[in-house]
Design a protein around this ligand. Sequence first.
Ligand code: PAF
Length: 333
Amino acid sequence: MKALALRNFAPAAALAVALGAFGWAGAANAQQEIKIGYALAPTSHYGVAADKWQEVVEAKSDGRYKFRHFPSSGLGGEREVIEGLQLGTIEATIVSSGTLSNFVPETGIFDIPFLFRDLTHARKVLDGEVGQSILAKFDDVGLVALAWGEQGFRHITNNRNEIDKPEDVAGLKLRTMENPIHITAFETLGAAPTPMAWPEVISALQQGTIDGQENPLSVITSAKLSEVQKYLTLSGHVYSPAMLLVSKQLWEGMSPEDQTIFKDAATEAVAAMRAYVDNVETSGVEQLKKEGMNVSEMTAEQKAAFQKALAPAYEKYYGQYDKATIDKIIATE
Ligand code: PAF
């Protein structure tokens, strides 16, 4: 049985070695499938970005690459998909920063609450030296990070009460991403943070095992959270970046010209994603009110009270991340 398996394996292995030696030049005429997984619907900011990525790559490569989409967590939660890229079973993804700091701890710096003033500030930092140097670190963990995308600023939704002051989140069973920075923040505020992979969130809200969750308007609208959540507090407590990644196997098997096609296409995908976010930031609140959500917007004073309550968390972050880099981010105009 063993001998048979080995005999069957030999020709395949020889072919693989031959193809490897032949390199990307030999594969130039073949069509390669790009499985792209993401957590949200095709009509979301992720779907829009994935469509643009596909459109540009397929056009510029004369159809040598063919995208196959797996939206709505069709390939599993974000952590599983990133691990799939590391294994080479998935070629591409667009993910939130949810689990990224478990792969490259430095990404967590962008998850610090109230770090960015607005979208323009965040985009400037991500596109600048600090953001780009963090993208490069993904190489060390067997991944190729091509660009920072975006979701917007995160806001709190829940079914228990309106949130105006830190005391209002006391004991609130709030789903967070599996993100240590966010978990620390909500623990410090006295909430009961419940880290959970996104595919489980809607049913947990329906069943009442959690009271709420936090996400940007792009997600709250596209995932139809108004159907399962009553209160929306525009807290904007943290900026939510996204990332466009490909597997190392895909990257290293490509010609330098094709690598440039994928990278340039990722930049165009980010532009489409940011345009979607700009749009939903202006139209999303009205839509959610119409869908029946009770919406309240935190004033600057109310946000300052949350920042004050987060003081012990900031102490921890300053121990974890380079203070000079944090100051550089804050000082970016
Ligand atoms: O909350 C999350 O886990 C993320 O923001 C989501 C919705 C999966 C989008 O990446």
